[in-house]
Design a binder for this molecule. Structure first.
Ligand SMILES: [Zn+2]
Length: 310
């Protein structure tokens, strides 16, 4: 029924799964090193991950998932103290339960403000809620046509903002690239980079240019990847927002180099293959198929060299 023949994914075997009462048949929670929980939604095509980062006095929730099943009761079950919430960016698969929290920290820019004020409607996300985007069909009680992300309250933050969780400082790194408001988090105590959608094993997108998804910038994307790659200590690990929740330091370097290669190829007038139309990938400029560059274990979508030159 779903898009995966081999469900569940083998990489989950690497992590300790946490038994949860609240919606454990939709969310899967994994305990990662350094007091971090990955909250995964493996039954939907995006295979998105939210993260709960635990300090001595507070916890930080990075993203709120698809909005298909409420995440707040699960977060409350995992941590009973004060919870701050932050978005890696304002795409649908990261903001779905924002409205269940009093406010959400977002990188201050027009795009993030617009999505917060507007919320999302079924029509915005309908392609992601089709039967074939669910491994086992929509979960009980979820009616796709009634999907909606209500507007939510934001706390605008800037590059360099530090979340102090008690014995644990998490710094905001504004990156853009994927879209204007994209941010990464860096855990200065545990040397964990939370990459958001900047880097993971899967399809990475630098091809957006519309009202709902904002505007990608391949050049900026690549510069930020290179900058992070230079700054990351050798013992760092990455927590990433799609698919396998953990990426090694070395994998991050490989992906950063791939972006540099794509940039060089497009600057030289080359382009990748035209991406096939398909599930989840039609979020670029209307009527234009993105270019795709395929690497070992991941791929990069761009608007293509012709449009970059315009
Ligand atoms: Zn995403």
């Amino acid at each position: 029924m779903g898009w995966l023949e081999n469900y569940p994914r083998a990489y989950y075997d690497k992590y300790e799964q946490v038994d949860v009462k609240n919606h454990g048949d939709w969310y899967q929670v994994y305990r990662l090193p350094g007091r971090v929980y990955a909250i995964a939604e493996p039954q939907q095509l995006q295979e998105v991950n939210a993260f709960l980062i635990i300090g001595e006095e507070a916890a930080l929730l990075l993203d709120t998932g698809m909005g298909i099943v409420p995440i707040e009761p699960l977060v409350r079950e995992l941590y009973q103290g004060p919870v701050l919430t932050v978005n890696s960016h304002a795409h649908f698969d990261h903001i779905g339960c924002n409205h269940q929290f009093a406010s959400v920290h977002v990188l201050d820019c027009d795009y993030a403000r617009r999505i917060a004020a507007r919320g999302l409607n079924y029509e915005d996300v309908a392609g992601e809620l089709a039967e074939e985007c669910f491994q086992f069909g929509p979960p009980a009680g979820f009616v796709p046509e009634q999907y909606r992300v209500p507007p939510y309250d934001i706390v605008p933050i800037e590059d360099g903002h530090v979340f102090r969780l008690g014995g644990r400082n998490i710094r905001v790194i504004a990156t853009g690239g994927h879209c204007q408001d994209h941010l990464c988090l860096y855990d200065e105590n545990e040397h964990i980079l939370f990459t958001g959608d900047l880097a993971y094993f899967g399809a990475m997108f630098a091809n957006f240019d519309n009202e709902l998804f904002g505007t990608s910038d391949l050049q900026r994307y690549t510069e930020q990847m290179q900058r992070l790659d230079r700054a990351l200590p050798q013992d760092a690990v990455c927590c990433v927002s799609h698919n396998d929740p953990v990426l090694s330091r070395n994998d991050f370097h490989t992906i950063a180099e791939a972006f540099a290669e794509v940039c060089r190829r497009e600057a030289a007038g080359e382009s990748g293959n035209s991406a096939p139309a398909g599930m989840g990938f039609d979020f670029g400029e209307e009527g234009k198929q993105p270019n795709i560059y395929t690497f070992d274990g991941f791929s990069i979508y761009t608007r293509g060299s012709e449009q970059e030159a315009e």
